[in-house]
Design a protein around this ligand. Structure first.
Ligand code: SF4
Length: 212
């Protein structure tokens, strides 16, 4: 468990976050698919993917700002051992303190990020999902355990390879069809993985299961 060291006088200012939603579910995507997880979806994102399935998260001002106390109480109410911080783009905010508090509760803290902001927080697992619409920071190629590329257009497979080439050698690589185009894109992903077996497929299994 990690010790929580709070910055002195500014603590009150940083002990809150704009939150779109929090919920108990199973992780639907990537390496940890199928595991029970408590999701914290921060509000605010300026990456502007045209196919984004959580556009309601973009404008942080339309969502409540919750004190960490409330977020942690919700985390503690879940049996899940994994807490996934997703967005929106969570790293628009400093994650150092929230991560430490969640770890202190004995939970694993996972991050889902586009990588466009500096990494803060000590995460047990980082899923890095770069987007064409805003360049990610270089640090994620070294620090993320997982690369997940959403494939909307066939050309995106080539783009995915450019990112994979920059990842460290132990990184897990996932290709995920963009949901609205999954029927057209899936066969291309299957062919690509057969030809390039370092990749695996990630399906949004929560959508097939009709769970959050
Ligand atoms: Fe949506 Fe994620 Fe893209 Fe932001 S980075 S626009 S939340 S898909």
């Amino acid at each position: 468990m990690r010790a929580v060291t709070l910055p002195d006088s500014t603590s009150a200012e940083i002990m809150k976050l704009p939150i779109m939603e929090m919920f108990d579910t199973l992780q639907g995507e990537g390496f940890h698919t199928g595991k029970a997880a408590y999701f914290i979806r921060t509000a605010g994102c300026d990456v502007a993917c045209h196919w984004c399935d959580v556009k309601a998260s973009w404008d942080a001002s339309t969502h409540p700002t919750l004190p960490f106390e409330k977020i942690l109480a919700a985390v503690e109410s879940s049996n899940a051992e994994i807490v996934v911080i997703t967005g929106g783009e969570p790293l628009m905010y400093d994650m150092d303190v929230l991560c430490a508090f969640i770890s202190e509760k004995g939970k694993k803290v996972h991050l889902e990020t586009s990588g466009v902001y500096k990494l803060t927080g000590d995460f047990d697992w980082i899923c890095f999902s770069p987007k064409k619409f805003k360049k990610p920071k270089e640090e994620y190629y070294k620090k993320a355990q997982e690369l997940k590329v959403v494939i909307y257009h066939p050309n995106d497979l080539e783009w995915a390879e450019e990112h994979a080439a920059k990842m460290h050698r132990d990184a897990r690589l996932y290709l995920q069809p963009e949901w609205s185009r999954r029927d057209q894109i899936m066969p291309m992903i299957v062919d690509h993985i057969r030809a390039n077996p370092r990749w695996r497929i990630s399906l949004q299994t929560h959508k097939y299961l009709n769970i959050p």
